[in-house]
Design a binder for this molecule. Structure first.
Ligand code: NAG
Length: 169
């Protein structure tokens, strides 16, 4: 009984160490690369970013408040990317973006999200302000303009998160 208990314990410790290390490795070796890639695809998939204002204020304070807290940075990054993947859901018939670049953009973003998942406990809930912001942005009418606004806001967030990459490891 004692032996089984200790083995289970060692096994659990190894598992938890491994997931933490996978996460660090991902951030160190891949995060910045993928971030650069989806930012460039987002630019290339359509024309110029719209000058129209989004119907909701960018949650600038959330980003400013982070300072140098590494864990918080990773959590905010994870939640924001999750919300962005949810934004790009639904009827996209109105947009004339490059389909292949759009698909690549979404696939790479999804890959980033899946890998960051191992860094963040499911108990970490997104900030209410962040959720509220994305909820408002998501009340879109699926028109070409609405999608362009979403593209603009997405770029703003992903640029913000790109700046964090040096802080996350
Ligand atoms: C749809 O949303 C866009 C962006 O917010 C807005 O410019 C446009 O007027 C809306 N169109 C309709 C039909 O509501």
């Amino acid at each position: 009984m004692y032996t089984i208990g200790s083995w289970t314990c060692i096994f659990l410790i190894i598992c938890s160490m491994q997931s933490v290390c996978n996460c660090c490795d991902w951030i160190r070796h891949h995060y910045g690369h993928l971030s650069a890639e989806y930012l460039s695809l987002l630019d290339q998939m359509g024309g110029d970013i719209t000058e129209q204002e989004a119907p909701v204020f960018f949650p600038e304070l959330l980003y400013r408040r982070i300072d140098d807290a590494k864990v918080k940075t990773i959590i905010l990054t994870f939640h924001t990317i999750y919300q962005i993947t949810k934004l790009f859901d639904g009827n996209m018939k109105a947009v004339i973006w490059d389909k292949k670049k759009l698909d690549d953009f979404l696939n790479i973003l999804e890959r980033q999200f899946e890998n960051l998942k191992s860094c963040v406990s499911p108990a970490e809930k997104p900030e209410r302000r962040l959720k509220r912001y994305f909820k408002k942005l998501n009340r879109k009418n699926y028109s070409a303009q609405a999608w362009e606004l979403i593209r603009k806001e997405t770029k703003h967030h992903l640029q913000r998160l790109d700046i964090f990459k040096a802080k996350m490891h």
